[in-house]
Write a protein of this length. Structure first.
Length: 267
């Protein structure tokens, strides 16, 4: 779930933050129950309408969860990511599942190392909020997708309320300094329109989180977990993050509103 930069790409300093964050998060991230939620994975895979003859690419693939989910239903499943530690987790998962039709590559989302129209399905899950240039990344996804193939984008969304959206992004940039911005549903849908794709199908769900577990799995700016704790707690009154924050006993439960968008490349 990471991006990359190279010459002419977004700043190297941001790439360094991404590699730092996701190298440290790799094992915890790979083990996160929400990442392996079968219902959520099925939403994405079903939106792609894969067949046994298909070749799929998961962009910013992280620990390979989506790659493995596709591998069970297609001829070849490829994942690409900027972080070697994440790719190692993907290869470990493939070995555990005895998957023979998978491949993992290290590279940039802004310059995918594949020929035009190489894949029947091109997906990306929970990574666009890390991209400094989402339009360029999305254009690369479209480029490597064959005509008649599907583009599938999944990410958490910011509220349409600009105050709540700002609150979410302020908290997330502190929680994970490699975060650029969580975008609204309208923005994400606009990526499809901007690329000349038909309006995407939309499937919604929420990723639940508990305050203390979320903080324990995070590497916040300046290692300031107390500030992160306060930002989450202070969000309850008025739902200041747009995450349906609510007190449950001595903790806070919240959730990330998420969407799966899918469309077919017509030309």
């Amino acid at each position: 779930m990471t991006s990359s930069a190279n010459a002419g790409s977004p700043a190297v300093s941001h790439m360094s933050q991404i590699v730092d964050q996701f190298s440290r998060q790799a094992e915890l991230f790979a083990a996160a129950p929400s990442l392996h939620n079968e219902a959520a994975l099925s939403l994405l895979v079903d939106a792609a309408a894969p067949s046994a003859s298909h070749h799929t690419l998961d962009v910013a693939c992280g620990p390979g969860t989506v790659v493995a989910a596709f591998a069970a239903r297609v001829r070849r499943a490829v994942g690409i990511d900027a972080t070697a530690a994440m790719l190692d987790q993907g290869r470990k998962l493939a070995a555990e599942k005895s998957l023979q039709n998978v491949e993992f590559r290290e590279g940039s989302v802004y310059a995918l190392p594949f020929a035009d129209q190489s894949f029947d399905v091109v997906s990306c899950r929970f990574a666009f909020h890390h991209f400094e240039d989402p339009w360029r990344a999305f254009a690369e996804m479209v480029r490597v997708c064959r005509v008649g193939g599907r583009i599938v984008l999944c990410d958490a969304m910011a509220s349409d309320d600009p105050v709540k959206a700002a609150g979410l992004n302020r908290m997330e940039r502190h929680r994970d300094p490699s975060t650029v911005e969580f975008r609204t549903l309208g923005y994400l849908v606009g990526l499809f329109a901007g690329a000349g794709l038909p309006p995407p199908t939309q499937a919604f769900y929420r990723v639940a989180a508990e305050r203390d577990r979320l903080i324990a799995a995070s590497f916040p700016a300046n290692d300031d977990r107390d500030l992160l704790w306060r930002m989450i707690d202070d969000s309850v009154d008025g739902d200041l993050l747009g995450m349906r924050s609510e007190r449950k006993g001595d903790t806070v439960m919240l959730s990330y509103p998420s969407v799966v968008l899918a469309s077919v490349r017509r030309a």
